[in-house]
Design a protein around this ligand. Structure first.
Ligand SMILES: Nc1ncnc2c1ncn2[C@@H]1O[C@H](COP(=O)(O)OP(=O)(O)OP(=O)(O)O)[C@@H](O)[C@H]1O
Ligand SMILES: [Mg+2]
Length: 447
């Protein structure tokens, strides 16, 4: 059932609408003037307004702005006699949804009304869904998070390139997704690409595509991720790892809005919004000449800094409860409440691995917990054992080689940061690609 306002000075039309729409199950109110209509919408909210254009006091189109108020505003259908179709079209440009010509049959009336209401229903469902995708997964009501949400809301509406900075595990990817799903490109694709995971040529072809025969093994042509993100968002994660020789190409793509596939001769126009993220300081990269300054400025049109978890301890309890609940669902266990002492303990930790570390801590706690609550011992457990980094010790007659030392140290650091390669690489002061190489070299990589 919807609430409908009928505005017409002809008694016959008011009676017809009230009768037909009333019988269709709607709640109908009818008024006979523009002033009456404005008064009615200021009094209560309507889902739909059927408004005659020729009213005795004012014409229906000129009161449109006053009818289109409220959140969400009603769908307005104009009622028009043949000679004023032009006015009806003007009305639609001003926000009316549709119009219906006089005289109309009950069937016609039911149809336009139903169509407008169904459209609104869809719109609402879609709006809620995209909102949920955008913000629903982001937990935390600290002032810092509130500010972050407000920024996302504003920035999502534009197409400007965004650089998201913040320590590892703070939620940069979550922010990127929120920007995509809260904006105009929500119906397009969100295409994430990790710039640190692929080496030079592969990344080149991955991003920009290649033509057939561009290199050995290129049996077919391939469209790149820039093209795949058409009318959507391309998320360049770990942008600091982008090889220096690819940087001019990316800069060109951003500046000209076109890309040239590997081995190709002509450029392809692309329309993808670019969002980049980094947990390393790009400014430092500029100093060591591993990151181009011009690209940095082009990417950082808008910068969003995601604060570390220790800067918003107020979020920890809420996040911890959420992760405990999720972990319990995954482990098919019943819900485990966190004790106040456990929450206090969690809130006091420094969380160098930020939200991801908290998430892992609760996952482990839920899996290992034996009681039906999570107490300090459950959430503090293994962390305190591994959290004391000491150098590998050796005795005089057992001098390890540098390789052995390196291998042991890498293992240690991996343990310290819960096997998260990005974090480990950061702690080791090397990039991820280098870490992968070393893991393979020392046989530490399972695959
Ligand atoms: N505010 C939040 N609410 C709920 N979950 C969060 C929040 N922030 C982060 N997370 C979760 O924490 C984990 C890490 O987040 P994300 O991958 O976005 O971090 P990141 O900043 O991209 O880290 P990295 O630099 O290591 O790639 C994810 O599982 C994410 O869902
Ligand atoms: Mg990330």
């Amino acid at each position: 059932m919807s609430t409908i306002l009928v505005v017409d000075d002809e008694r016959g039309i008011r009676a017809l609408c009230s009768d037909v729409l009333g019988r269709a199950g709607h709640e109908v109110e009818a008024v006979d003037s523009a002033a009456g209509a404005v008064a009615a919408v200021s009094r209560r909210r309507f889902d739909l307004v059927l408004c005659d254009i020729n009213l005795p006091d004012q014409d229906g189109v000129s009161i449109l702005p006053k009818l289109l108020t409220g959140d969400p505003p009603p769908a307005v259908l104009l009622i028009t006699a043949y000679p004023s179709i032009d006015t009806a079209v003007r009305g639609m440009k001003l926000g009316a949804r549709d119009y219906i010509g006089k005289p109309f049959s009950p069937d016609e009336l039911r149809l336009v009304v139903q169509r407008a209401l169904a459209e609104d229903e869809l719109r609402r469902a879609h709006g809620e869904l995209t909102k949920r995708l955008a913000y629903g997964s982001m937990i935390g009501d600290s002032p810092a998070m509130q500010q972050l949400r407000a920024t996302i809301g504003k920035v999502a509406q534009s197409d400007a390139t965004v650089l998201i900075t913040g320590e590892s595990g703070t939620g940069k990817e979550l922010v990127a997704r929120a920007l995509h799903f809260a904006g105009r490109r929500a119906s397009g694709t969100f295409v994430p690409v990790n710039c640190g995971a692929l080496v030079g040529t592969l990344l080149d072809s991955e991003l920009f595509g290649h033509v057939r025969g561009a290199f050995t093994g290129a049996d077919t042509s391939k469209r790149g991720l820039f093209v795949a993100a058409e009318s959507g968002t391309l998320f360049l994660d770990e942008i600091g790892e982008l090889p220096i020789d690819l940087q001019p190409k990316l800069l060109r793509a951003l500046q000209e809005g076109e890309v040239k596939p590997v081995g190709g001769t002509s450029a392809i126009r692309v329309d993808a919004r670019v969002i980049a993220a980094t947990n390393r300081s790009l400014e430092a990269g500029i100093k060591t000449a591993s990151f181009r300054e011009d690209l940095f400025y082009r990417l950082a049109v808008i910068t969003i800094e995601v604060p570390p978890l220790r800067a918003r301890p107020g979020d920890i309890a809420q996040l911890a409860r959420h992760f405990a609940e999720q972990a319990a669902l995954r482990a098919e266990r019943s819900r485990l409440e966190l004790t106040d002492a456990a929450l206090a303990h969690l809130a006091a930790q420094p969380w160098p691995g930020n939200v991801r570390e908290l998430e892992n801590t609760l996952e482990r706690a839920v899996i290992l917990a034996s009681g039906d609550v999570l107490d300090v011992a459950d959430v503090a457990g293994p962390r305190s054992v591994t959290a004391s980094p000491t150098l590998t010790t050796f005795t005089g007659d057992q001098v390890p080689t540098l390789d052995e030392l390196e291998r042991a140290h890498i293992l240690r650091v991996l343990q310290l940061c819960d096997n998260q390669k990005t974090k480990a690489a950061q702690m080791l002061g090397i990039n991820r690609t280098t870490l992968w190489k070393k893991l393979r070299q020392y046989g530490l990589e399972p695959e």
